[in-house]
Ligand binder design. Structure first.
Ligand code: ADP
Length: 435
């Protein structure tokens, strides 16, 4: 089997964001969690996105994990490798974008790559190498206060220049405006001068289209998920992609429906409130978990009763800022979060074992905890529920039917996300199968 595109993403939600865009542009996609350890059966798949945690790990580990992911993708005969990072170019002076790009280029014996972080649909654009978030320069967008990677300089040529010993160049908008051939010629001229990294301007979707056409033959491209929207059209023109009418179609969904919410973001709180108007739910409290196992047993009893008739039922730790503050004051921030995440992981494992087959998880960290408790290593990416959130399906070790899984980061999704999601799942699958 030949993979058309293999992506190495520097965090989990960024990986899903790219995978979602690839599916929407017509590719059949699997997301793999962590460096692939084992052979993963990838029938009828055009794209694999490997989700690493290399944004925040030390440089050496980020490089090693990325190279291991590259090895695995190469063993699948991948045509183009895509190193995916955040559209706000999240990194520090030591990396990890520069060192990872350098290591990948070297390993692939390639002489040049490009940086296309822009995602115009989300207001991330680049002009004369300067990254804008909406109408603000990156360093005035709030990103200058990021706790892990404060972005205090919007000039990406300069930012990347501090992360690599190689020359960094620019493909500016006036070049892009002359079309794909002019852009390719410009990149070629830079390559002849030894420029290994080229920051690319992008103002809108048509710039992404020009870049995709100019870059389709590059062994390695790097950037945000915006470029992922435009590349599939070029793959199609090359005849690399089968025409698939519904790349986000999933296998029949089996089993009862559960929602686990550990997000306290405003959007999730509204989603929880609306869902509870017409559906059953039970709240969980880190303070009660700290007192012993009785609380978890009560929650399990409540959930089992509602799941017996198929669900959906909601289990939520989601709470307003005042309640969160109280729990954090009593237990410490980390311990409060940890207790909730552990409980959500345990609830997922127990209830999926007992027959839950359609599961929504709200919260980025909470999703990580649930996915790891379930031992999930790969997700087939299905159609989109709301922007940035697709349905997915995962094989489970002890069950023949796939688990249908929607992982929502806190602020994503409309107010009716939970009920809307199950309706969308029905349209993506060939009916519900047996409960
Ligand atoms: P989001 O995507 O909205 O940021 P996350 O799951 O990433 O959601 O983060 C929410 C964090 O808050 C998790 O660590 C979760 O365990 C913790 N948490 C959830 N509910 C509570 C609560 N009631 N009190 C304290 N911490 C909580």
């Amino acid at each position: 089997m030949t993979l058309v595109i293999g992506a190495i993403a520097d965090d989990f939600t960024g990986a899903t964001d790219l995978a979602n865009n690839l599916v929407r542009a017509g590719m059949r996609c699997v997301q793999v969690l962590g460096v692939p350890q084992e052979a993963i059966p990838l029938d009828e798949v055009d794209a694999v996105v490997v989700a690493l945690k290399s944004r925040s790990t030390p440089v050496d580990q980020a490089v090693n994990d990325s190279l291991a992911a590259l090895d695995w993708l190469n063993s699948r005969g991948v045509r183009q490798v895509f190193f995916k990072y955040c559209s706000t170019f999240d990194s520090t002076d030591v990396g990890n974008i520069g060192p990872v790009a350098d290591a990948l280029l070297e390993q692939m014996a390639a002489s040049q790559t490009v940086m296309v972080p822009a995602f115009p649909a989300n207001g991330r654009t680049v002009y004369q190498g300067h990254l804008f978030v909406g109408d603000r320069l990156l360093n005035e967008s709030g990103m200058q206060h990021h706790p892990l990677n404060p972005m205090t300089d919007a000039d990406l040529v300069r930012v990347l220049g501090r992360q690599t010993r190689h020359a960094v160049g620019l493909a500016a908008r006036p070049v892009l405006a002359r079309g794909a051939k002019a852009t390719r010629d410009h990149l070629q001229a830079l390559a002849e001068q030894g420029v290994r990294h080229v920051i690319c301007d992008t103002l809108d979707e048509s710039d992404l289209g020009v870049l995709a056409e100019a870059l389709v033959d590059y062994p390695l491209v790097t950037g945000g998920s915006g470029l992922g929207q435009s590349l599939p059209e070029q793959y199609r023109r090359r005849g690399w992609l089968d025409e698939v009418s519904e790349p986000g179609r999933l296998a029949p969904a089996h089993g009862s429906a559960l929602i686990l919410s550990g997000s306290c973001s405003r959007a999730t709180l509204e989603q929880v409130t609306l869902f509870l108007e017409d559906h059953p739910g039970v709240s969980v409290d880190p303070l009660a978990f700290a007192e012993g196992s009785a609380h978890l047993q009560e929650v399990l009893t409540f959930a089992r009763e509602r799941l017996a008739s198929g669900g959906p039922v909601l289990v939520y730790a989601s709470a307003d800022p005042e309640r969160v503050r109280q729990a954090q004051a009593a237990l410490g921030v980390e311990q409060a979060g940890e207790l909730v995440e552990q409980a959500m992981g345990q609830l997922a494992r127990t209830l999926v074992d007992e027959g839950v087959g359609r599961l929504i998880v709200a919260g980025g960290e909470t999703s990580g905890a649930v996915v790891s408790a379930l031992g999930i290593r790969q997700l087939r990416i299905g159609g989109q529920i709301d922007p940035g959130v697709p349905w997915t399906q995962a094989p489970l070790a002890n069950r023949s039917a796939m688990l249908s899984l929607a992982l929502k980061s806190g602020n994503f999704g409309g107010t009716d996300f939970f009920t809307h999601a199950f309706t969308v799942l029905d349209t993506l699958t060939e009916g519900r199968g047996n409960a």
